[in-house]
Design a protein around this ligand. Structure first.
Ligand code: FDA
Length: 542
């Protein structure tokens, strides 16, 4: 009898399949989401599948690195643009149910595009949770804090602070279109970090949706998870919806200056060479109020004798002093006379004007420019990072080799050299996952950009050669790197089963040094199943 029933079922199977065709991942997700959402009619305003005409513009809206915007770049099967926290919780529940990976995007500035694409060899379907609708900012001057949603940009935060007060600021990065979510969870440094520390050092509370869909603030998540998301990268641990940050007091008047020099490479007594050698020794020892970074690059010069175009190495020193110009000048003449800073090199202004300046705007422009979310030019780029420690600065012979490389390239990278010291040296290496503190003289960012997508491989190779050349001059065991300048050349997780040890030795200890172990233990405690996975997410360590 049982065999007869089985036969009948087999005969009827094609009929069942045609009546109930297998449901696609997209449709399954949408159905699940609608049934988990109080107002299912709103789903069409929240979820955008590839068929939706808004899918492409939303996907591209905050992609900064065009290297990950090619036709062949893996795309999400759909984008969720939550309007409130319940949408995030439903998206997590439904992604789990459908076996989908989740990429979380706040400002889209990830150097390797990890917030909106996948580099996995096997096609693993994924969705994007895009925070562009969650960007409210509430400033509270009474306790000098602000609550900021992850989708707000740094520019929007700086703008909101400046509207509320002339004497408050926040220590974070220079580019106003960077998203709060990625920046704060990866560290975040800027022009006033020598005085106040990283953006992550100034976070006092946060709200996260974890892999079980629970909504947790600092008290509920506990100090381990709260520690991990302030520099360990949010995407390994959950979806951080908002942050409470401590505002810092800035003086009403700050001073900026910019001094550019051109290097004569074959003259060891060249002034700019002497200035740079001194900068390497002194920049991290100046008081925390003084930020003086150096940018090294190549410029074309017209040689008057032959009228042919030649190239020269230039080094620009740009400074921000938290105080008046006269004090800045005397501080520099006492400590760094080689720079030759004069009063007429200096401009006094408010802190928010200095933000405009470092963002590349005229200091007299409207601060509303800081709230434009699409102003950064969109180009293909590759960057890498290094740290120079107090044990050695780069010797002249090393610099000469570097300049030779830069001069040889038709499109050479820039080196942005950022001095540490000040407040950064007072915070211990394990205070947060970001370990680059005491003993760091300066950080280096190498960055090259290009227009033509057919040049991708050429420039990736060039950057790898430059990085190789710099090996003897920078930190070792581990060779340190900055998480927010993400570099997949350091190594990637093969898949969800990549072990703690594999990840630690390839990329983990470079970003986090010994903090990697604690991060992996936190990961095991909050996401043992490794739901929040990406190419450089922290593996769980039990
Ligand atoms: P994006 O949205 O791409 O996210 C970056 C990472 O964080 C991804 O892994 C993403 O999944 C995760 N993430 C984002 N939102 C999350 C959330 N809500 N919850 C959990 N995970 C989340 N850095 C610096 O320190 N100082 C500087 O001055 C600059 N300047 C600068 C200029 C330019 C032009 C670029 C492109 C980048 C920088 N950066 C920088 C680096 C920047 O800090 C870094 O790329 C940040 O991670 C960007 O954060 P977004 O939210 O914009 O990126």
């Amino acid at each position: 009898m049982a065999i007869e029933v089985q036969k009948l079922l087999l005969l009827l199977l094609p009929l069942f399949i045609s009546i109930f065709p297998s449901i696609s991942l997209e449709d399954g997700f949408v159905q699940c989401f609608s049934s988990n959402t109080p107002n299912p009619n709103a789903t069409s305003q929240i979820i955008f599948t590839q068929k939706n005409p808004s899918f492409k513009p939303i996907l591209q809206s905050s992609i900064r690195n065009l290297m990950f915007s090619h036709k062949s770049t893996p795309k999400p099967i759909l984008i969720v643009t939550p309007h409130n926290i319940s949408h995030i919780q439903s998206a997590i529940t439904c992604s789990k149910q459908q076996g989908l990976q989740v990429r979380v995007r706040s400002g889209g500035h990830d150097y390797e595009g990890l917030s909106y694409t996948s580099h996995e060899e096997e096609d693993q379907p994924f969705i994007i949770l895009d925070f562009s609708n969650l960007r409210s900012i509430t400033i509270n001057l009474e306790d000098e804090t602000a609550w900021v949603e992850s989708g707000a940009t740094l520019g929007e935060l700086y703008h909101a602070i400046a509207k509320a007060s002339r004497v408050h600021g926040f220590p974070a990065g220079s580019c106003p279109t960077i998203g709060i979510g990625g920046h704060l969870s990866g560290g975040g440094f800027g022009t006033i970090f020598r005085k106040y520390g990283l953006a992550a050092d100034n976070v006092v509370d946060a709200v996260i949706v974890d892999s079980h869909g629970r909504l947790l603030n600092r008290t509920l998540m506990g100090e381990d998870l709260f520690w991990a998301i302030r520099g360990g990268g949010g995407s390994s641990f959950g979806v951080i919806t908002s942050w409470k940050v401590k505002l810092v007091r800035v003086p009403e008047t700050v001073t900026i200056f910019d001094i550019s020099t051109r290097v004569v490479e074959d003259d060891d007594d060249d002034d700019s060479v002497i200035t740079f050698m001194k900068w390497q020794d002194i920049a991290d020892k100046l008081p925390g109020e003084m930020f003086l970074h150096a940018v090294m690059g190549i410029e074309n010069v017209n040689s008057s004798s032959s009228s042919s175009s030649n190239k020269a190495v230039t080094i620009s020193f740009t400074g921000l002093y938290l105080g008046e110009a006269d004090v800045a000048v005397s501080l520099m003449s006492e400590n760094f006379a080689e720079l030759g800073l004069q009063r007429n090199n200096c401009k006094q202004m408010s802190w928010i004007q200095s933000v405009l300046y470092f963002a590349g705007f005229s200091v007299n422009s409207s601060i509303d420019l800081l709230t434009q979310r699409n102003q950064t030019s969109r180009i293909s780029f590759k960057a890498k990072s290094d740290y120079v420690t107090s044990q050695q600065s780069i010797p002249l012979s090393g610099l000469k080799g570097l300049w030779k490389i830069l001069l040889h390239e038709d499109n050479s990278p820039l080196l942005i050299l950022t001095p540490y010291g000040g407040r950064m040296s007072e915070i211990s290496e394990s205070e947060s996952p970001f370990p680059h503190r005491k003993g760091i003289n300066y950080g280096i960012q190498y960055i090259v950009s290009w227009d033509n997508s057919s040049d991708d491989e050429k420039y990736l190779e060039m950057m790898r050669r430059l990085y190789e050349y710099m090996t003897p001059y920078v930190s070792e065991n581990p060779r340190r790197a900055y998480l927010n300048y993400r570099d997949l050349d350091l190594g990637v997780n093969r898949d969800k089963n990549t072990s703690y040890e594999e990840a630690r030795t390839s990329w983990g200890s470079k970003y986090f040094k010994n903090n990697f172990e604690r991060l992996a233990k936190v990961k095991a405690a909050v996401d043992l199943g490794n739901f929040f996975w990406n190419e450089q997410s922290i593996p769980p360590l039990i």
